[in-house]
Design a protein around this ligand. Sequence first.
Ligand code: KG4
Ligand code: ZN
Length: 348
Amino acid sequence: MKLILGIETSCDETGIALYHLERGLLAHALHSQVALHDEYGGVVPELASRDHIRRVLPLIHEVMTQGGCALRDVDAIAYTQGPGLSGALLVGAGVGSALAYALNVPAIPVHHLEGHLLSPLLSDPAPEFPFVALLVSGGHTQLMRVDGVGRYTLLGETLDDAAGEAFDKSAKLLGLGYPGGAALSALAQKGQPGRFKLPRPMLHSGDLEFSFSGLKTAVLTLVRQHAFNGAIDAQTRADIAHETQAAIVDVLAAKALAAIKQTGLKQLVVAGGVGANRQLRAQLDRAATNRGFRVFYPALEFCTDNGAMIAFAGALRLKQDEAKIADAANHRFDVKPRWDLQTLTAGD
Ligand code: KG4
Ligand code: ZN
């Protein structure tokens, strides 16, 4: 079994990819629903599900053409089983399992965060197990110790909002679109450092936990203080964006360093949408040079949700458990909208 088709539909991106165990990533395609949800200021689950239904088969077709393969060449189908929006997950799970049944190949349910976590292994040079992973997405902020596929130990996580959520909620307060992480980061580049001072929540808590919910309240206070007739001048907006980004990144970088120190490991992997943040990358790169460890990032296009990471995680699972996966190929499926990464084991 060598060729794996990956299907990602957990939230607002339909991602499809073809991964070959020997030849690597052959093709991938993505449809982002950002424009569809923009006017609502957040993801509307029912619209997301319907759009996945529209996009999933044409994207599979596109990826097959791009990869120079036919459906009959596919040896296994990996789909995101969770966590995520249940209706959206059901589209990928349903299509993936039906295709697998029709082709008489196994379907491999994949944990979305495992996809993110392993995505830096798609790059060259790739990290080697064991490593520390900083998982920073729209819904999760976790530090994990990763000893192998399915061997994940939680070191610390957010007690409330995720880092991506902190970016998105602050961006909304500054009148940027949804999701606003990248826009806030772009605006921050025009901001002046030092004009404002926001809290760095739990920076000195002595553990590896995070808390970001207080930050948005502090941003809201700043915005209110500086708004005149509901408007805020361009430079002030940029200055607030700069300080917001600095506060989030300072905490993420400090806790990641503390995790490296605590575990004694020499490799840090950064995954998830916030991993695309340039300031975070610059700060971690600097620390890595100073302290003698290495940092690995997924390619920018694989930081946010995508099909490649699902095809790849499926491929690694297949490599590890081929007999078990082939055995279990009964094509029944379910989805897990809530699913703790730590409950995975090497043989799942
Ligand atoms: O991993 P992801 O695509 O989706 C989830 O699984 O949640 O992450 C999306 C999150 C959003 O909160 C988005 O604002 C944030 O990643 N993000 C960024 C940047 N690009 C995406 N945050 C900060 N800076 C960026 N450049
Ligand atoms: Zn994600």
